[in-house]
Design a protein around this ligand. Structure first.
Ligand code: FAD
Length: 525
């Protein structure tokens, strides 16, 4: 489309003057044509992590993807603007990844919510799928698809995240070992590139952009629609928890469970550090636990582990889920008599973290700082990594879960932008663990110094673990410098940088990730 056409109805001069102002502060809401740039809000400057607060100059609430295209076309062709732009989904990042200091935050939730289910869709050779807008929440997609007995296959633990937000990272949970991450479960995307071009892409159409955007940390384009394959939603889920007092048996059994995907639908696990971690992780699990761990023995801290696994129960196919659970449990070596099994609805199972959220909110412990660290660790390094991690943790003070569960390398598409451990990318190892240190900070107990100390420790752990003896990579990464990003992507850096040059040459998009500084082109040069 001609640029001049795009600008019709837009008072380009006003935008240009304001956006190139050295102060870059928009004092009043501005209405120019169909685009509505609004005064900034507290929400646009913050996120779930509560560690970074970067106010943008302005907020765009788009009514259509064309509004986003209009803005990005304008910025990418105005050679002296320095403004950058961040799409903001649900703002559940930790380190300001969806923020844009002095720039423009696009509130993706303003796009009309469109969730259209296609049963046995003709476009996808009989496969059922859903077309959902980029700002839709996964919970909204689930509720809509379940109306016709269908659901996406691959999830995150928490569902109040947007489609665009998780597809920009990876999207992992207990189903990933079986179906791959969410980024491996996408058929097609509508994307507005950093140049403002609106492109429909898929593995066969503009595939460069398709794979760039998946796991692309918002660097290449803004996802306005995703087409996601669907499967039959089970009626019920049989959900088990088994406990361990040694790490080796815990991981051995997790690996056994992921080796039988024909029987098991979900595998996760977590470290049981203290009473609080046992209690808070059990809020959604409706069983009375007889498990009474001895956390301190002979003056030393004892740590336990819990595997969660689940089996879908369609209740139609004559499969006796109880029998399968019995068969599987015979193969496992958990602490005797500590298997707990419950039956819950599929929705309650997938939406389990919402119950934890409600409980934490009621205690004022949801909107608090979250210095989280997430790592992908090759199997060969997991014991070393855990020893190293646990040295930095005081079990009696730690609040929040530490998740540990295995994923399989062959379920990831290496064309996607996400960085994985080298041993996984090269196929040297097939199993990698995700370790999520999901700490909540009670601000009355842990003040600024204490929070900074934790952040510093995390940085050191991430740095040390990325060296070859462990070979880990951060997931939902946060790095202090471009060099560190370069190391993060390793041999994939060149491709990542080339994709940036192709789709967002002025580095307008997602400045909050801190990867590419904004490019300015001086007209007088
Ligand atoms: P935002 O924080 O709004 O944005 C994240 C990044 O994506 C930013 O760079 C932003 O610019 C970009 N972005 C946002 N929307 C778009 C778009 N439409 N197009 C292009 N770029 C876009 N992750 C997992 O994988 N598995 C989990 O189980 C999991 N559980 C979580 C539980 C909680 C309680 C929280 C807070 C986070 C969890 N996460 C999990 C992490 C989560 O997937 C990421 O933080 C994700 O980015 C959040 O989505 P969002 O919509 O809030 O994105």
């Amino acid at each position: 489309m001609e640029i001049s056409l795009l600008y019709s109805g837009v008072n380009a001069l006003i935008v240009l003057v304001i956006l190139s102002s050295p102060y870059k502060i928009i004092q009043k809401p501005i209405d120019f044509g169909s685009l509505n740039l609004l005064q900034t809000t507290d929400t646009a400057s913050t996120d779930f992590g509560r560690l970074q607060f970067n106010p943008p100059a302005s907020v765009l609430k788009p009514k259509t993807p064309e509004d986003i295209s209009l803005l990005l076309s304008f910025l990418s062709s105005s050679s002296f603007s320095q403004v950058s732009v961040s799409a903001r989904g649900a703002g559940h990042s930790i380190h300001g990844q969806a923020q844009a200091l002095d720039g423009i935050v696009i509130e993706m939730s303003s796009l009309p919510l469109e969730i259209k289910v296609h049963e046995n869709g003709e476009m996808e050779r009989g496969l059922s799928y859903v077309d959902a807008s980029g700002g839709a929440l996964w919970i909204e997609v689930l509720k809509e698809t379940m109306k016709v007995g269908l659901a996406p296959r691959s999830w995150t633990d928490y569902l109040y995240l947007t489609i665009g937000g998780t597809l920009s990272n990876g999207g992992i949970s207990g189903q990933t070992f079986k179906h791959g991450p969410q980024i491996a479960n996408v058929l097609e995307l509508d994307v507005v590139t950093g140049k403002g071009e609106m492109v429909t892409c898929s593995p066969t159409k503009s595939s460069d952009l398709f794979y760039a955007v998946l796991g692309g940390l918002g660097q290449f384009g803004i996802i306005t629609r995703a087409r996601i394959p669907l499967q039959q939603a089970p009626k019920k889920v049989r959900w088990q928890r088994v406990f361990y007092d040694d790490f080796e048996s815990f991981t051995k059994d997790q690996e056994l469970l992921i080796s039988i995907p024909e029987l098991v639908d979900y595998v996760e696990g977590f470290v049981v550090l203290n009473e609080q971690s046992l209690h808070s992780s059990s809020i959604a699990f409706p069983a009375h636990l007889e498990f009474k761990p001895e956390f301190v023995k002979n003056g030393r801290f004892n740590v336990y582990y819990c595997i969660e696994f689940a089996i879908h129960d369609n209740q139609l196919e004559g499969i006796h889920v109880e029998k399968i659970v019995k068969e599987i449990s015979r193969m496992l070596s958990y602490m005797q008599s500590h298997l707990y099994s419950v039956e819950v609805s599929y929705l309650d199972f997938l939406n389990r973290v919402r119950m934890e959220e409600k409980s934490l909110r009621s205690k004022g412990l949801w909107e608090v700082p979250h210095p989280w660290l997430n790592m992908f660790v090759p199997r060969s390094g997991i014991s070393k990594f855990m020893d190293f991690l646990m040295e930095s943790i005081s079990p009696n003070e730690f609040e929040g879960p530490i998740l540990v569960y295995p994923l399989l390398s062959d379920k990831w598409n290496i064309n996607a932008s996400v960085a994985l451990p080298r041993a996984i990318e090269t196929g040297k190892e097939r199993v990698m663990y995700v370790v999520g240190v999901l700490r909540s900070i009670n601000p009355t107990v842990c003040k600024m110094d204490c929070l900074n100390k934790i952040l510093h420790e995390h940085q050191q752990i991430a740095q040390a673990a990325s060296r070859p003896h462990i070979g880990a990579r951060q997931y939902l990464a946060h790095h202090p410098s471009r060099i560190a990003w370069h190391e993060h992507f390793g041999s994939k850096w060149t491709r990542f940088a080339e994709r940036k040059a192709q789709f967002d040459p002025l580095h307008i998009l997602a400045p909050g990730q801190g990867i590419f500084p904004r490019v300015t082109v001086d007209l007088q040069e």
